[in-house]
Design a protein around this ligand. Structure first.
Ligand code: NAD
Ligand code: UDP
Length: 343
């Protein structure tokens, strides 16, 4: 009997990738990870192996190196790919936009070319709710108008268009673009989690670093939004639920044709102050804050209509905000300096 072809996971050593690799291994899949470690540590995969009792195959390869990527894909001939690899810092993308376009878009093109060469025509792509720009209607459905307010968001939008065109040209190709809302939390073991470089841009890792005493206070970017308490409202989704959405997307490949965009969110929004209070409860520690001006490019409110994911993937988010905070806090406390701080 021939062994089933593996799942290729680009960016599999990163935050969302590592949680997804773990679930794939737990589900009995063979997994090949490609990551250049520009924003990750191989330690995450070592811990994934420890948690699952299974070893993912790892290749430290840059998607921009088409020859090396092609060789890995020729060697393993995956049945499908999940494509997480990309640069993701919104602020940085405005400072070095060409690097963002090159890494995210050229990397995706190299991946598609290498997959086509082994007749692999199933792809799950990490898109983002940022492709909705400043959406006017809540909750946001997949039919909402698309726009982007920064270079990072434009790379996601262009890649979605590129993938849709590829599917039109090749009727056997199937792509699911998962539009994530705000991924937070960590694996309940506290062994894998989000490990941002330097000062976190995102709310949850910043709050946990304040609670653990690494930073003196949280800066809240604006309390004059048209929201119940004036602070920004977002749809936070537990990374374990998010990872499960990728397995559901792979399972759904037989039921879809062409390119589908699907929201992954809970459908419920929380304000910055609500998240702060929830983290105070989870950690048992105060989280001091100061109100600052609005951050450029931020929208007041963003939350998903997740019904398409339920209909097409049979998936829905299950974990509450309290669980997101409990797990983020466990990860932060047991890894105060992230993976690099480990002996
Ligand atoms: P992450 O930075 O932890 O993971 C991305 C991984 O890709 C990293 O391990 C990095 O080393 C790798 N990588 C980047 N460029 C590469 C290249 N050229 N070749 C090989 N590897 C490369 O980020 P994450 O939070 O896990 O996000 C995963 C994906 O989800 C990204 O595409 C991101 O844009 C998207 N996304 C993330 C969020 C979020 O808030 N975390 C929200 C929406 C969408
Ligand atoms: N936010 C904040 N202080 C921070 C980081 C974020 O007040 O240090 C707010 C931000 O203005 C937004 C919410 O928290 O209302 C979520 O921001 P994040 O950067 O996590 O996600 P995104 O902007 O991608 O939705």
């Amino acid at each position: 009997m021939t062994s089933p072809r593996p799942i290729l996971v680009t960016g599999g050593a990163g935050y969302i990738g590592s949680h997804t690799v773990l679930q794939l291994l737990e589900a009995g899949q063979r997994v090949v990870v490609v990551d250049n470690l520009c924003n990750a540590h191989e330690e995450s995969l070592r811990r994934v192996a420890e948690l699952s009792g299974q070893q993912p195959t790892f290749h430290q390869v840059d998607l921009l190196d088409a020859a090396a990527l092609g060789a890995v894909i020729q060697q393993h001939r995956p049945q499908a790919a999940i494509h997480f690899a990309g640069l993701k810092a919104v602020g940085e993308s405005s400072q070095i936009p060409i690097q963002y376009y090159h890494n995210n878009i050229t990397g995706t093109i190299h991946l598609l070319q290498a997959l086509a060469a082994v007749n692999c025509r199933q792809l799950v792509f990490s898109s983002s709710a940022t492709v909705y720009g400043d959406a006017q209607e809540m909750p946001i459905t997949e039919a909402a108008p698309l726009s982007a307010t920064n270079a990072y968001g434009r790379t996601k939008l262009f890649i979605e268009h590129l993938l849709a065109d590829a599917c039109i040209a090749d009727p056997e190709m199937k792509v699911i673009c998962l539009r994530y809302f705000n991924p937070v939390g960590a694996h309940p073991s506290g062994r894998i989690g989000e490990d941002p470089n330097g000062i976190p841009n995102n709310l949850m890792p910043f709050i946990t670093q304040v609670a653990v005493g690494r930073r003196p206070h949280l800066n809240i970017f604006g309390n004059d939004y048209p929201t119940p308490d004036g602070t920004g409202v977002r749809d936070y989704i537990h990374v374990v639920d998010l990872a499960a959405g990728h397995l559901a997307a792979l399972d759904a490949m037989d039921r879809i044709s062409g390119c589908e965009a699907i929201n992954l969110g809970t459908g419920r929004g929380y304000s910055v102050l609500e998240v702060l209070r929830a983290m105070e409860t989870a950690s048992g520690r105060p989280v001091p804050y100061e109100i600052q001006g609005r951050r450029r490019g931020d929208v007041a409110t963003s939350y998903a209509d997740p019904s398409k994911a339920q209909q097409l993937l049979g998936w829905q988010a299950r974990r509450e905000l309290s669980e997101m905070c409990d797990d983020a806090w466990r990860w932060q406390q047991s890894n105060p300096l992230g993976y690099a701080g480990q002996p």
